[in-house]
Design a protein around this ligand. Structure first.
Ligand code: ADP
Ligand code: MG
Length: 246
């Protein structure tokens, strides 16, 4: 079986510090795989190696069977690696609908900043309406990004990432800074997104992790100390000691 993502023996050092120490994990098609661990465990370092911002000292990364370990970030995106748009890259003076339209246009080879007149506009707007249909943002489609609440911007980031049609979406703390209702909406949106792509979810909010993850890997000091289902992880004494603080 070909995994959507397969990481094997990934090592990344910074001077004398080993930030990821022979990390291996897989993400299957249709799966949400959560990566948890305390601050400084190496979670972001791992995500950055997957998306190509950091090149590992050793180990391999395969995306849908293809070795991407040394490809440039844009080449990985072209092969189906998705990452949420950072709020800072949303276009503030444009509406929710227009931001989505631009990302679809860019996926089809167009510009992300300005609408290209020639590009299949009707198809783009149909797709925009479809992607909004089931979202909490449906009623905010005509609102400028500058006027959205923080949680609404995070919802838009997710829709924009999905509009790129990734095979695998990397999510680095999507619940960060969200209030209770916004968290519930994000959990619902990620649950719905499960039908579209596999996800590697780095998250501190354990309610969200337990609600969403098919499997969980626990990273501590650069090493995976446990991996399994939510029940396996809850029951694991090493995890309770090292991470859940019991
Ligand atoms: P997490 O995301 O799990 O909180 P990080 O991956 O950000 O952890 O960091 C893992 C370790 O690597 C930490 O000790 C951090 O200080 C160190 N680190 C991360 N990035 C760098 C860097 N660019 N240069 C030096 N040390 C780094
Ligand atoms: Mg981090």
């Amino acid at each position: 079986m070909t995994h959507v993502l397969e990481i094997s023996g990934l090592v990344k050092t910074f001077g004398g510090l080993t930030a990821t120490d022979h990390v291996s994990l897989t993400v299957n098609s249709g799966e949400i795989h959560a990566l948890i661990g305390p601050n400084g465990a190496g979670k972001s370092t791992l995500i950055n190696q997957i998306c190509g911002e950091l090149i590992p000292n050793a180990g391999q990364i395969h995306l849908a069977g293809r070795d991407i370990t040394r490809l440039a970030p844009a080449e990985r995106v072209a092969l189906g690696l998705g990452r949420t748009f950072q709020i800072t890259s949303l276009l503030d003076d444009m509406t929710v609908r227009e931001n989505l339209g631009l990302v679809i246009q860019a996926r089809e080879g167009g510009n992300f900043r300005i609408f290209d007149r020639a590009v299949r506009r009707a198809e783009i707007w149909d797709e925009v309406e479809q992607s909004l249909q089931t979202s909490a943002l449906a009623v905010r489609a005509g609102v400028r990004v500058a006027d959205l609440a923080h949680g609404e911007k995070k919802q838009l980031e997710l829709l924009m990432a999905l509009a790129q049609r990734p095979r695998l979406l990397l999510l680095d703390e999507p619940m960060a800074g969200l209030g209770h209702l916004e968290s519930q909406q994000m959990i619902a949106a990620l649950h719905a997104a499960r039908a579209e792509c596999a996800m590697l979810l780095v998250e501190h909010d354990m309610e969200a992790v337990f609600a969403l993850a098919d499997r969980i890997s626990v990273l501590v000091y650069g090493r995976i100390i446990a991996a399994g289902t939510a029940d396996d992880i809850r029951a694991n004494p090493a995890v309770r000691e090292a991470y859940l603080g019991e």
